[in-house]
Design a protein around this ligand. Structure first.
Ligand SMILES: *Cc1c(COP(=O)(O)O)cnc(C)c1O
Length: 228
């Protein structure tokens, strides 16, 4: 299929970028996972990526994730990560997808997720989203809030806190993003959190060099997003 061929080619170029960045940083490329970000892309794009081996997908909107998870439920080993802002009244919507929630940024959201996970007798993997750029329009807790939030989440049943996530400021010079990634890494190290979800198409090299374990990549795999 042409779509799968395009995606396979894009993945190969992406892997090369990741490998070169790992080489510069002395890291093992197998320690860097790619989350394929599919917001705005149709079900066929996800199937095409699945056909060439992609298993982990990221979605930003609860409604869109729910619809896609239901349409793709035949792909049993496909894994979802929720990477958008999650409102507490939308938690139920994404339950069927069994998605990790990578954007926990308040104790109230964590409490609501914990309560739902406990009610379903399941464990939910979460990341804390940190607004390292201190940008008013972005979600995420402030870096100063991380210690308290880590403690709060660790005290809640049925949540497994695995790491930190950030959407760094989009700067024309990707190199200028590096200090934000370094800050997230230091925060994670201070709390013994193994996972670092940071880096997108534009700044993945800097993220890998600063220790990313998860890259969230849309454009470099699927091309530009269709207009909503
Ligand atoms: C859209 C999105 C991405 C992917 O961005 P690209 O630049 O297309 O790679 C990653 N993370 C989040 C939170 C996003 O919303």
């Amino acid at each position: 299929m042409a779509l799968s061929r395009d995606i396979a080619g894009a993945l190969e170029r992406l892997r090369e970028r990741i490998e070169r960045a790992c080489e510069r940083a002395g890291r093992d490329p197998s320690a860097v996972q790619v989350v394929a970000v599919t917001k705005g892309h149709p079900e066929e794009a996800i199937r095409a990526a699945y056909d060439v081996g992609v298993r982990v997908f990221g979605e930003n909107y609860a409604q869109e994730l729910a619809a896609k998870a239901s349409a793709l439920s035949d792909l049993a080993d496909l894994r979802w990560r929720f990477i958008g802002h999650l409102q507490r009244n939308k938690i139920k919507l994404i339950e069927r997808a069994r998605a990790t929630v990578d954007t926990v940024d308040s104790a109230r959201l964590a409490e609501a997720l914990s309560a739902r996970a406990a009610a379903k007798a399941m464990d939910l993997e979460v990341l804390l989203q940190v607004n390292v750029g201190d940008e008013a329009q972005k979600s995420g807790c402030a870096p100063e809030e991380v210690p308290r939030l880590v403690e709060a989440v660790r005290a809640l049943p049925n949540l497994e806190l695995r790491g930190l996530m950030t959407v760094a400021p989009h700067l024309d010079d990707a190199e200028a993003t590096r200090p934000f990634f370094a800050e997230l890494r230091q925060l994670a190290e201070a709390h013994q959190l193994p996972e670092l979800s940071m880096g997108m198409t534009h700044d993945l090299e800097q993220a890998v060099e600063e220790g990313a374990t998860m890259l969230r990549i849309g454009t470099a795999i699927f091309g530009p997003r269709p207009e909503p």
